[in-house]
Write a protein that binds this ligand. Structure first.
Ligand code: BES
Ligand code: ZN
Length: 887
């Protein structure tokens, strides 16, 4: 090994958005040939290259990306080139003296069986497969591995027929045949130019679940889902989802599928959820496989959302792609927005919106207030994998939603049409998208760019004043965005505030602005441009309650004064279902903050009776969609509540939440039992929306009841666990039992494992329920649990089921005051880093915000970060986050 080989991998280099340069060369076609083998896999590539007219300075030099490759040979126009015309670096292959146009052929050898980071070509059970986004293609062969280089691919795969009967890649199968020695081959051609990150290969002994779809214009598309044989009976739901996603994109955006074949392959070993490779999506098996007895209602819904998401990328991501990785939100924010709209149309707009905002507040808001805060279009990164974040995705989707709010559904559609008209087949930027939206609607969206430039969650303060003489009411909005790392000063954003006024009778008031002749509707969008801006309405009677940010029209934190009576009034009367929910949440937030402070002063935390009563009214409301009721009855998520404290004691936050739950359960025990009984119809399992809603509400009731410590409720958990004919009810009961020490708990976990030990995805649930447990000795139990023969860090889902769930979903024990939780996570994170840096890097999130903790935990957490930082050959991924956290 050379010195360079030892030095480079862990050295941090920062890449900047401003440094973008077009590539020196363009690649028109790329022919790949894989010789798959148990040990050495051979990859030959043949590319037609030409100098990029946009780069007159290339001078015949070409620098290709490559990692963990063994170079065998290089030829230019069929001739071996002399040693002095190429140079192999640690992560590059540099060629000099190239003619302006040529054919470059490269042969390398790789070892997919040794690949534990699951980027590039790797193995999972009976198959070979690839993951190339963001920079994994360079682990397959030397290439210009950046999204603005788009080429037409032809891929030939050779492998032993018996072990790998199925050979897949992007596009259409154009030829296949037999080699000698029991080997065979298949050749695939993708007619659409694409960046290397969309390349895919799958080879293995797989079951095919077939389907078909006729497009709006009458073309037949063959659909195929490939899974391991034992999962043959768990593909039906995913197939239905593909078809409804295809139909939805035609109906909503006029976008049809463009190849004759659409394939999904499912794997047990995958770093992410799923990947949109052209014509051959690869999915984490957790997001494909579903059968009522193995997957929960939430799993079913998530599968629909992710299948939609990857399918929608075919246009937003693949046909039009990103110019560089800084533009990631161009495809991800937009595609998340599209999958949210799809799910909303398939289920319920209110339920979907509320669930998404809950997630945004649980993950994105804390990120925007921590050491990794970044704009949705980052200005710099060390490791791109670290920027597949809730900010880029979820805040990115919120930004897209604001275009939709500002321009209306029709205007948004016009913008999308223009975007495809202008950019189909190319690699573009977020500015191009914004320009298309603006131009199609003749709107100036200049200031809107700041959403792409500034990090941090904006705070929106409202003051309002009323003149009973003139019946005018004035609202003054003041916006500010807190400083984030590297960004002290922020400029005012363009914020759409969807606004209404609820009259004293509970009905929305027609809204007339000063200067208008007549009222113009009851819900209006106020566009904020300035740091401080006022609006005045006429004819406003006394006692109206304002409703700000309907549908959560902007990703901001609203601060406004409200009385408890006004909260309760909005909970009952706001015509916007999101804001009815929001009133309950903000009311609860205010009370919970008070309870946490009370605990800090050594007082008993007591929940306000007005809230307890209003909560009871929602519980018994039979008019409402039970899914909506469940969301309204859930208290704010712990991370969102935690953001309210400058100095955080996670123990107090947890205690306040627990106290609130117990007080609600005590006050409404009978009603909870009644509602649960009403919702548990006893009918056999069905997956329609009605039944899903009823199960959700019944299980929410059960979880409140299980906190009461009553023998009867515990027996109900056991009975549900034993009698359930579906995974939703089974795992909900197990979750309740998991917090109650005793023979019922141990019995349930033992029988669950015995029943499901051969279903890996269900075993993940068995692990994660234990990782989420609230028993006093949870950490000690987890230390034992990871010695279980089924626990392994080599399977990302399994690692997440314990470490991800513990760190992100069990704040109480993670923040144990003796530091045992931090230590447990850190021990395994360090081990994971050597195997799979991408996944390890995600586990570090809960350790990053040590600075906001009370002094004891603060020191303990910092010490664990130092321990990680001190690891030899720490990955770039984890290094970037640790160093930003400790900075
Ligand atoms: N393109 C991503 C998958 C990806 C991300 C691959 C990062 C490699 C590195 C895909 O479209 C995606 O966003 N998947 C999400 C799920 C989606 C529903 C938000 C995922 O994998 O979590
Ligand atoms: Zn995506």
């Amino acid at each position: 090994m050379t010195d360079a080989a030892i030095a480079t991998p862990t050295q941090a280099t920062t890449k900047y958005r401003k440094d973008y340069q077009p590539p020196t060369h363009l690649v028109d076609t790329l022919e790949l040939e894989f010789d798959l083998a148990e040990e050495h896999t051979r990859v030959r590539s043949r590319m037609t290259l030409r100098e990029n007219p946009a780069r007159s300075d290339a001078g015949g030099e070409l620098v290709l990306d490559g990692e963990a490759l063994e170079l065998v040979s290089v030829t230019v126009d069929g001739e071996k080139i002399s040693d002095d015309r190429y140079q192999v670096g640690e992560e590059t292959l540099t060629l000099t003296g190239l003619p302006t146009e040529c054919v470059l052929e490269i042969e390398v050898v790789i070892e997919p069986q040794e690949n534990t980071c699951f980027e590039g070509l790797y193995r999972s059970g009976p198959m070979f497969l690839t993951q190339c986004e963001a920079e994994g293609f360079r682990r397959i062969t030397y290439f210009l591995d950046r999204p603005c280089v788009m080429a037409r691919y032809t891929t030939t795969i050779r492998a032993e027929r018996a072990a790998y009967p199925v050979l897949l890649s992007n596009g259409n199968l154009v030829d296949s045949g037999e080699d000698s020695d029991g080997r065979h081959w298949a050749r695939w051609e993708d007619p659409f130019p694409k960046p290397s990150y969309l390349f895919a290969l799958v080879a293995g002994d797989l079951h095919l679940h077939p389907g078909s779809f006729t497009t709006a214009s009458g073309r037949e598309v063959e659909l195929r889902i490939y899974v391991e044989h034992l999962h043959a009976d768990k593909c039906e739901h995913a197939m239905k989802c593909v078809m409804s996603a295809m139909r939805w994109d035609e109906e909503t955006f006029g976008l049809e599928y463009d190849l004759d074949l659409y394939m999904i392959a499912a794997t047990d070993k995958f770093n992410m959820g799923a990947m949109e490779n052209k014509g051959l999506n690869i999915f984490n098996s957790a997001l494909v496989l579903a059968r009522p007895d193995t997957a929960t209602d939430s799993d079913y819904e998530r599968i629909e959302g992710v299948i939609g998401h990857e399918y929608f990328h075919n246009w937003t991501g693949n046909r039009v792609t990103c110019m560089d990785w800084f533009q990631l939100t161009l495809k991800e924010g937009l595609t998340v927005f599209r999958d949210q709209q799809f799910t909303a149309d398939m289920t319920s707009h209110a339920v979907k919106r509320i669930s998404d905002v809950r997630m945004l507040r649980a993950f994105q808001f804390p990120q925007d207030a921590g050491p990794m805060a970044h704009p949705i279009r980052p200005e710099s990164y060390q490791e791109m994998s670290n920027f597949y974040t809730s900010t880029v995705y979820d805040k990115g989707a919120e930004v897209i939603r604001m275009y939709h709010t500002l321009l209306g559904a029709e205007g948004f559609r016009k913008g999308m049409d223009l975007y495809f008209e202008r950019h189909d087949g190319s690699a573009v930027t977020c500015d191009d998208f914004r320009a298309a939206m603006g131009d199609a609607n003749e709107r100036d969206l200049l200031q809107f760019e700041r959403w792409y430039l500034q990090a941090g969650t904006p705070v929106l303060e409202v003051e309002d004043s009323y003149d009973s003489e003139t019946k005018r009411r004035t609202f003054t909005f003041t916006q500010s965005t807190p400083p984030t790392p590297g960004q002290d000063e922020k400029l005012p954003l363009h914020i759409p505030i969807v606004f209404g006024l609820i009259g004293p009778d509970g009905c929305d008031l027609p809204l007339r602005l000063v200067g208008e002749e007549t009222a113009q509707g009851t819900t209006r969008t106020i566009e904020l441009f300035e740091a401080t801006q006022s609006v005045t309405f006429e004819d406003v009677p006394e006692g109206c309650v304002p409703s700000y940010l309907r549908g959560f029209s902007a990703p901001v934190e609203l601060r406004c004064e409200r009385t408890h009576g006004e909260y309760a009034f909005a909970m009952a009367n706001d015509s916007d279902s999101f804001n009815r929910w929001e009133a309950g949440q903000q009311f609860a937030m205010e009370l919970l903050v008070g309870m946490v402070e009370a605990i800090g002063r050594g007082e008993e935390p007591v929940l306000d009776p007005i809230f307890i009563e209003a909560w009871g009214v929602v519980l018994l409301d039979q008019e409402l969609d039970p899914s909506l009721v469940s969301l309204a009855l859930a208290l704010p998520v712990e991370p969102y509540l935690s953001e309210r404290f400058e100095v955080l004691d996670p123990g107090h936050v947890h205690e306040a939440l627990e106290a609130a739950i117990v007080q609600l359960a005590e006050a409404h025990a009978e009603a909870l039992r009644e509602v649960r009984a009403r919702c548990s119809t006893g009918e056999p399992y069905s997956a329609d929306r009605e039944s899903i809603g009823r199960r959700r509400l019944a299980n929410l009731c059960l979880s409140y009841l299980s906190k009461l410590g009553e023998a009867g409720d515990l027996a109900a958990c056991v009975a549900q666990f034993e009698g359930a004919d579906n995974m939703t009810d089974s795992v909900a009961a197990l979750a309740c039992l998991s917090d109650v020490a005793g023979p019922e708990r141990e019995g349930a976990f033992t029988s669950f494992y015995e029943r499901w030990k051969d279903e890996s995805l269900v075993v993940d649930k068995w692990f994660s329920q234990q990782a989420a447990s609230d028993l006093p000795d949870t950490v000690e139990r987890l230390v034992e649990l990871v010695k279980h023969p089924d626990f392994t860090l080599k399977n990302p889902n399994r690692a997440r089921s314990v470490l991800g769930v513990f760190g992100m979903g069990n704040a109480h024990h993670f923040h144990r005051v003796d530091g045992a939780g931090y230590r447990f996570l850190t021990d395994h994170l360090i081990e994971m880093d050597s195997l799979n840096p991408q996944v390890a890097s995600r586990f570090i999130t809960p350790l990053l915000k040590w600075k906001s903790l009370e002094p004891v935990r603060r020191e303990l957490m910092r010490a664990e970060l130092e321990r990680i930082a001190a690891k030899d050959d720490l990955s770039k991924d984890v290094r970037e986050k640790v160093s930003k956290a400790l900075a």
